[in-house]
Design a protein around this ligand. Structure first.
Ligand code: NAP
Length: 525
């Protein structure tokens, strides 16, 4: 099968020689599909999205566009069984892993469909009029207007469904056409979802496009009216930010990069609820999607006296965890997405070993259930321990994007804050403790280096939404290494797809413009 690209309002195949880049089944190495964008006219494709997609979308109100999101969610819901099958074949996803991505995508779309249903207007009014003259005849009013260009959405391989729709939903609600470039290894799911939406005829021509395979010269053709929303590694993010067309046209770029997230335990002993909740969450984060989540727990910070009990408890749970072919219903943890990721993770573990001791896993001769170790892409869940984290470097800098986490001790509150901040900007930290003073101090200490802080005590218990779970109504993103971007956060997400401007003039004009605008306060409600 060759994945078709949907650009300039039609299905087009790459025009290069050969079949393109293969997409594989990571359980048995079977070639499933090929992706190619060779020889396609991407300048024309982006122009089509701007001229046909955004222009027509912006003739509709926010409310109307919200209805379209609801229809997209309905179409995706109808085809979910196909998506689960693609997740299984192209990612070796267990049913739970597939649900996390597919249902997360549908949930996020529904969230924006609902959040936008009461937004009547063509622009957004930001705040009250600002007095600029003594008599009041001259005032200022801030507004936000949707970008006239196209939203170029570049996604990472690990969330082909959620990663696509968590960006596309706020962009489309804003009235900005989306041009999706899924990561090649898992492009099948994103391409298929887009095919289903296109076939359903919900959106105007050009509002939704998909390019499979290499980005080619895509970024050469971005303009000042466009926005790039990127998710992926910090290294690729840096390339995109410094691309010559991006720099010369001051193109807005939102980067969701990688992250060394931490889970932090207070002085809560084994047997207490916070201890049990931390262990449960660490285990889930290591094995869900085989640890291929930007938000996964990579560093587990615990009081020195709890170091051994935490290691022992997680290790014994990992020992009982069936890892292998997800077609076997007993399996709870699947493979990595391809051989390149397997090699990268094994290399990452080797690097961590320079500063850490392996507590569980890490063996290259690992035998997965119902799969050949040679042709498959498994890495066994691996728990490490770093005894001197303040002097360590690699454990705070190398993101091992697989089922891998490191436990490390701390002695004081200052130390745990220092260790958390050593991730140089992270997406999320979670704190587990019944000591309210401790959780408050850590929250304050990590606030400027983390996009999200989740605090769990016994009163919250199991009712929390999850360390690695991104909620559409809460902010997603993080400073520094995590990219410095901001996504979701409910209707706050619309800001990325709008440009703010201020009109200074007579109040009658400002009033007139305000009449057809949504109040910005509604976005933050
Ligand atoms: P990646 O290698 O950086 O690739 C990400 C995307 O960028 C892919 O679509 C890739 O296309 C594209 N790309 C590569 N080079 C490009 C260039 N020069 N110009 C334009 N696009 C380019 O990342 P990945 O391996 O797919 O994903 C894993 C990483 O993503 C991890 O580090 C993880 O932490 C991070 N991530 C972050 C978040 C978040 O929300 N912060 C979420 C998920 C994942 P090809 O696939 O065709 O090369």
């Amino acid at each position: 099968m060759i994945l078709s690209n949907y650009i300039s309002g039609e299905w087009q195949q790459g025009k290069g020689e050969g079949e393109g880049i293969p997409l594989i089944d990571p359980v048995n190495g079977e070639h499933l599909a090929h992706a190619s964008s060779d020889g396609l006219d991407l300048a024309q494709a982006l122009e089509f999205s701007r001229e046909r997609g955004s222009r027509v979308l912006q003739r509709l109100t926010y409310q109307h566009r919200a209805e379209l999101l609801g229809k997209i969610a309905e179409v995706l819901s109808r085809h979910r069984d196909d998506y689960y099958e693609i997740c299984l074949r192209n990612m070796g996803a267990t049913k739970g892993d597939a649900a996390f991505d597919v249902e997360g995508a549908i949930y996020t779309l529904k969230h924006y469909a609902k959040a936008g249903q009461n937004l009547e207007g063509e622009m957004i009014k930001d705040g009250d009029p600002v007095p600029l003259s003594k008599s009041g005849v001259f005032q200022g009013q801030h507004f936000l207007k949707p970008l006239e260009g196209v939203a170029v959405l570049i996604d990472a391989f690990n969330f082909p469904a959620w990663g696509l729709w968590e960006k596309a939903a706020p962009a489309l609600l804003s009235g900005v056409a989306v041009f999706v470039k899924p990561a090649t290894p898992t492009a099948w799911l994103a391409q298929r979802m887009i095919e289903d939406v296109i076939k359903a005829g919900i959106l105007p021509d050009g509002a939704l496009s998909v390019l499979c395979g290499s980005p080619g010269d895509l970024l050469d053709h971005v303009t000042a009216h466009d926005v790039i929303a990127f998710t992926g590694s910090a290294a690729t993010g840096a390339k995109i930010k410094t691309h010559s067309a991006v720099v010369s046209h001051s193109v807005r770029v939102n980067i969701e990069g990688d992250s060394l997230n931490s889970a932090i335990l207070g002085e809560d002993a084994p047997g207490t609820q916070p201890f049990e909740l931390l262990v449960k969450e660490a285990l889930k984060e290591m094995t869900q999607k085989a640890g291929q989540k930007c938000t996964a727990i990579r560093r587990i910070l615990v009081p020195r006296k709890t170091l051994i009990p935490v290691c022992d408890t997680i290790a014994s749970a990992l020992k009982a965890m069936p890892v292998g072919n997800p077609r076997n219903a007993a399996v709870k943890c699947g493979p990595l997405v391809n051989k390149a990721q397997q090699t990268a993770v094994l290399d990452g573990i080797a690097q961590l070993k320079r500063e850490c001791k392996v507590i569980f896993g890490g063996d290259q001769g690992f035998q997965p259930i119902d799969a050949e170790s040679g042709s498959s892409c498994f890495v066994p869940p691996t728990l490490l321990r770093c005894d001197d984290p303040l002097r360590a470097r690699i454990v705070h800098e190398v993101e091992v994007f697989g089922p891998v986490a490191t436990v490390m001790p701390y002695d004081t509150v200052e130390e745990v804050i220092e260790l958390g901040r050593r991730g140089h900007g992270s997406l999320v930290a979670s704190i587990y403790s019944d000591d309210a003073k401790f959780t408050e101090e850590i929250t304050r200490g990590l606030a400027t280096t983390h996009g999200r802080i989740m605090v769990v005590d016994s009163s919250v218990g199991t009712q929390h939404t999850g360390h690695g779970n991104v909620m559409p109504n809460c902010l997603h993103g993080g400073p520094g290494r995590a990219g410095g971007g901001e996504e979701l956060g409910g209707l706050r997400a619309l800001e990325l797809y709008h440009r703010r401007f201020v009109v200074q003039g007579p109040p009658e004009l400002l009033n007139e413009l305000s009449q057809s605008s949504v109040d910005f306060a509604a976005l933050h409600g």
